[in-house]
Design a protein around this ligand. Structure first.
Ligand SMILES: NC(=O)c1ccc[n+]([C@@H]2O[C@H](COP(=O)([O-])OP(=O)(O)OC[C@H]3O[C@@H](n4cnc5c(N)ncnc54)[C@H](OP(=O)(O)O)[C@@H]3O)[C@@H](O)[C@H]2O)c1
Length: 238
């Protein structure tokens, strides 16, 4: 199924996984609405993607700030006219033991990963219901399936996101809206390299382009079928 001519909003589009998703969707001929906090990065990516002959709208916004992110998403919906696809990708990764991690930081993880995704999805889902069709793809994490020492904020936020998308998927289904949740293990990005989780250019682990490939394949499925949730692992990371 061709995706050419469709429109998508991608949150967290300027770095890591979101940036690769933006490239792949642009290559499919999908017009894009891009959100992140840093306006200069958005402008630079917009210029690069517009060269592929698609419409690219940008809107800076912080997922932890409801009014700001709602304004940014409303702007993207209006400028794109219709939104066929939402990629809920933006997220933060902060770790620390339960008592030593500052409360404000713990709350921030929940605000961005759970509440931010909720604010974005709420607006776009309402729009898609009016259209009578859509695809919402959310990046959760294996951290949301299993806790570990120092991951309480990360695990709580992503587990809650899994719960939110599980319920929404069932609500949205009768409206021809497919809600897909991708659950990746560690992906090699500048962030995970800087955090010391992986080494640069580790070709044995998931790369952002692998996730982008899954997303394109999912979107290309005939609309009678739907990938509800998928765990994505590196085959042999050791
Ligand atoms: N990398 C992994 O190993 C891994 C594994 C499992 C799941 N995931 C999930 O995959 C998603 C993408 O991860 P990534 O590793 O590609 O992240 P990343 O490299 O850190 O990129 C994050 C993107 O989100 C934006 N962003 C960050 N905080 C934001 C906020 N408060 N409001 C709006 N935008 C914000 C960033 O731009 P600005 O800084 O300019 O805002 C950037 O474009 C996340 O949801 C993450 O939890 C990642």
């Amino acid at each position: 199924m061709t995706l050419k001519g469709k429109t998508a909003i991608i949150t967290g589009a300027t770095q890591g996984i979101g940036r690769q998703i933006a490239y792949r969707l642009a290559n499919e001929g999908i017009s894009l609405g891009l959100l992140a906090r840093t306006e200069e990065d958005l402008k630079e990516l917009q210029k690069e993607l517009q060269a592929k002959g698609i419409k690219v709208i940008i809107a800076p916004g912080d997922l932890s700030n409801r009014k700001e992110v709602e304004g940014a998403i409303a702007k993207l919906i209006q400028a794109l006219d219709r939104v066929d696809i939402l990629i809920n990708n933006a997220g933060v990764a902060r770790f620390g033991e339960f008592l030593t991690m500052p409360r404000e930081e713990w709350e921030y993880v929940l605000k961005v990963n759970l509440l931010g995704s909720y604010y974005v999805t709420r607006l776009v889902y309402a729009h898609m219901k009016e259209l009578g069709q859509g695809d919402i793809i959310t990046l959760a994490s294996t951290a949301g399936e299993k806790g570990a020492v120092s991951t309480s904020a990360q695990t709580a936020s992503k587990a809650a996101l899994l719960g939110m998308t599980e319920s929404l998927a069932l609500e949205a289904r009768p409206h021809n809206i497919r809600v897909t949740t991708l659950v990746p293990s560690t992906v090699v990005t500048e962030k995970t390299i800087a955090q010391g989780f992986v080494k640069a250019k580790d070709q044995h682990r998931l790369l952002p382009e692998d996730l982008a490939s899954y997303i394109v394949a999912t979107l290309q499925l005939n609309r009678r079928s739907w990938l509800k949730r998928a765990s994505l692992w590196s085959t042999n990371p050791s």
